[in-house]
Design a protein around this ligand. Structure first.
Ligand code: ADP
Ligand code: ADP
Ligand code: MG
Length: 448
């Protein structure tokens, strides 16, 4: 087992990883940018190293500085969290060259699954059904036009290097395609420095259902059931839950097996997630694989009682998975709400500033993952997610009641948050009945 791990991230996920290390008796090194000097992860870690100015490119994405901090502090492994360098194959390669363990899959796998057009082709070979669409990257506009004719409108144009819901366009007709093709490419170029695009059939009102995978270095791959992440705004998740209200034990088994097959086909190691879209008839289609820990991992932890971050660390250290597929039993129901510093009444504009916490939620069945503390000055530079509130009940109704109760207790002043908006979702009749799909927020709240 490692003696010391460096956490190449910030915010709640850095805190989450430090907590896992503590419980395993592992020393931690935090890295931080100038503006994060007073951040909670810096305080909680055993050691902390400043790696540059606020701009992520010069700090949290600055690979040389992070490698130097690792070598200087004598850390043996790096946990990348999510976002930033988590899916960066060049960084994982640098770690390998410096004999530092990257807590995640091999660079080759990051490379392959990070290119979503290539990942599609891999999955077709592995016998996993993908969303109908064009194979491979679109060479030019003419090819895009031909592909769209063949697939049939509406289609979805997607950035091959995309993530976080960006670089995606729905296209309803050939007339719309020209403009969409150019704008999506520009967005992808700006966000991911890669403008290659691919195309899928646009599925109407599907569910987003993803499977959590654990794979060790000895060939064992298991799944830990699903998360339903259909409550999204602009293709970004807002509320997640486990289990999904639409999965029968038969469908869960089939999808779980497909997810394990997907992971095995690429020689996957560590924790990962296979994302599917499920249509009204219960047919499911591979969408992408996220090669890292995910934001919404706590809902799986609550229903399986397995600590996914600890498992990531144990796997990276070479240990064999001590859990069998048969051991995985889904108990009760868990919900997660992402609490953001943003103003829903101002088009969800970010709302940084000093947060005064008057009351924290707590009590039976309530978990709060956050890097907030009273008086914390939220910087404008990074993601606006402040906290994840997660509840667990014997069934969905109990988890939902606990979520309403806990959200009601949470009193944050000084900044705007989406807490009221979350209440409106939780009180929606269709949501309560579990009648949800990825267009739920757009339809029910008339938002685009
Ligand atoms: P999850 O499925 O874990 O919720 P998200 O897509 O919400 O994943 O992404 C989690 C975090 O990682 C967000 O902060 C998001 O902006 C960031 N992220 C995801 N993919 C990328 C990417 N390819 N490049 C940069 N940031 C990304
Ligand atoms: P990202 O890497 O940004 O997470 P995904 O490929 O996972 O991108 O897609 C993000 C979201 O966009 C999905 O959760 C889903 O709501 C929507 N989406 C993606 N592809 C399709 C599709 N072919 N049809 C309908 N919705 C889609
Ligand atoms: Mg996704």
């Amino acid at each position: 087992m490692f003696n010391k791990i460096l956490i190449a991230n910030r915010g709640e996920i850095a805190v989450r990883i430090i907590r896992a290390c503590r419980e395993l008796g592992i020393q931690t090194v935090a890295v931080y940018s100038d503006i994060d000097r007073n951040a909670l992860h810096v305080d909680l870690a055993d050691q902390a190293v400043c790696i540059g100015p606020a701009r992520a490119r010069e700090s949290y994405l600055h690979t040389e500085n992070i490698i130097s901090a690792t070598v200087l502090t004598g850390a043996e492994a790096i946990h990348p969290g999510f976002g930033f360098l988590a899916e960066n194959s060049k960084f994982a390669e640098m770690c390998r060259e410096c004999r530092i363990t990257f807590i995640g899959p091999d660079p080759e796998v990051l490379e392959m699954m990070g290119n979503k057009a290539k990942a599609r082709q891999m999955m077709i070979k592995a016998g996993v059904t993908v969303v109908p669409g064009a194979d491979g990257v679109l060479e030019d506009f003419d090819q895009a036009l031909r592909a769209a004719e063949q697939i049939g409108y509406p289609v979805m144009l997607k950035a091959s290097a995309g993530g976080g819901g960006r670089g995606i366009r729905i296209v309803g007709s050939a007339e719309e395609l020209k403009k969409a093709y150019e704008t999506a490419r520009n967005e992808a170029k700006a966000a991911f420095n890669d403008d290659s695009m691919y195309m899928e059939k646009y599925l109407e009102e599907p569910r987003h259902i993803e499977f959590q995978i654990l794979a060790d270095h000895h060939g064992k791959v298991i799944h830990l059931g699903e998360r339903d992440c259909s409550i999204q705004r602009r293709n970004q998740k807002v509320i997640e839950e486990a289990p999904s209200t639409i999965l029968t034990p038969e469908l869960r088994k089939k999808m779980g097996e497909a997810a394990v097959r997907a992971a095995k086909a690429v020689g996957y190691k560590n924790a990962g997630t296979v994302e599917f879209l499920v249509d009204k008839s219960g047919s499911f289609y591979f969408m992408e694989m996220n090669t890292r820990i995910q934001v919404e991992h706590p809902v799986t932890e609550l229903v399986t009682r397995i600590d996914l971050v600890q498992e990531q660390i144990k796997i990276a250290s070479g240990q064999e998975l001590a859990i069998e597929q048969e051991d995985i039993q889904i108990k009760g129901h868990a919900l997660e709400c992402r609490i953001n510093a943003e103003s829903p009444t101002l088009g969800f504009r970010p709302s940084p500033g000093k947060a005064n916490i008057l009351l924290w939620p707590g009590g039976n069945g309530v978990r709060l993952d956050s890097a907030l503390y009273n008086g914390y000055e939220i910087p404008p530079t990074y993601d606006s997610m402040l906290a994840k509130l997660i509840t667990h009940g014997r069934d969905r109704t109990e988890a939902l009641n606990k979520m309403r109760r806990a959200l009601d207790e949470f009193i944050i002043e000084g900044i705007d948050t989406n807490i009221e908006f979350l209440f409106q979702i939780l009180d929606n009749d269709k949501f309560i009945k579990g009648e949800i799909d990825t267009s739920f927020i757009a339809k029910e709240f008339n938002l685009r």
